[in-house]
Design a binder for this molecule. Sequence first.
Ligand SMILES: C[S@@+](CC[C@H](N)C(=O)[O-])C[C@H]1O[C@@H](n2cnc3c(N)ncnc32)[C@H](O)[C@@H]1O
Length: 280
Amino acid sequence: MNQADLTANQQTAMLADRYTQRAGAYEALWSPIIRPVGERLISRLPLSSTTRSVVDIGTGAGALLPTIKRAAPSAVIVGVDRSPGMLRLAKDKHSGPLALMDVQNLALPANRFQVAVVAFVLFHLPYPDQCLAEVNRVLQPRGAVGTVTWGSENMAPANAIWDDELQGAGAQILELPAVDNRACCDTAQKMTALLGKAGFVSIKVWSESIEHRWRPDDHFDYQVRSSSRLRLLSLSEKDREACLGRIRLRLSSADGDQYVYRGEVFMATAFKADHPSDNH
Ligand SMILES: C[S@@+](CC[C@H](N)C(=O)[O-])C[C@H]1O[C@@H](n2cnc3c(N)ncnc32)[C@H](O)[C@@H]1O
């Protein structure tokens, strides 16, 4: 089967499976890099006055749940995600409810939550507008939402060595374009428009930069367990070992600058209108 034969639903299910396969690597090696951004978003949400309920949309391995709990200690905090493997890790950090569901179709009651967090999720969705409409539906009137999405990213130059050697070895990956939807939400204007269309008001969007200098061993580990995992697995064991040997050799002369990652994020807060007509 090629990507043209896959429906958006099938690609969503495959993405969830990919997250399950790489959940441990995500939690150990990537989450610490982006978690501070999510925590800064949480500090901008009205959580200290939230006493009843919060939903973390696409909670993943639950990286933000302890911070949300500290900010709103008496609230019930619900985490939802489409990846069973990510939710299993969330369970270790969170004693509240966790549920497997597609965030474009929330099996949650209307007008229930005071705050919703949507961190690093919208760009994975074939229908981000539908997700935000669902978030709007489950929030109480005047409920708050916070979002984070990617703007531009400059991968560590060392990544290019991996791409080059994997390509040379004939490694394959099945691309999932329906769930690589960065263009939906990679500017302040697009985020403002998406939130407005979903019925949110008092929208504030700002950007931040992230810079991370990978430790070479962590970068190698993350490539093997996550970024390059499927391409490596597409090779025979013998070809894979040979490819990894060539990568190691080329990386042995890489200096620290080869490991610098830079990214830009767009963060937003907004509120559900008090009355449906308020958003016009
Ligand atoms: C980059 S992680 C972000 C996790 C978490 N919010 C954080 O900040 O660490 C993206 C998460 O979105 C989830 N996801 C992607 N598409 C989804 C969908 N359609 N429904 C529910 N979860 C989805 C993935 O399973 C993954 O756990």
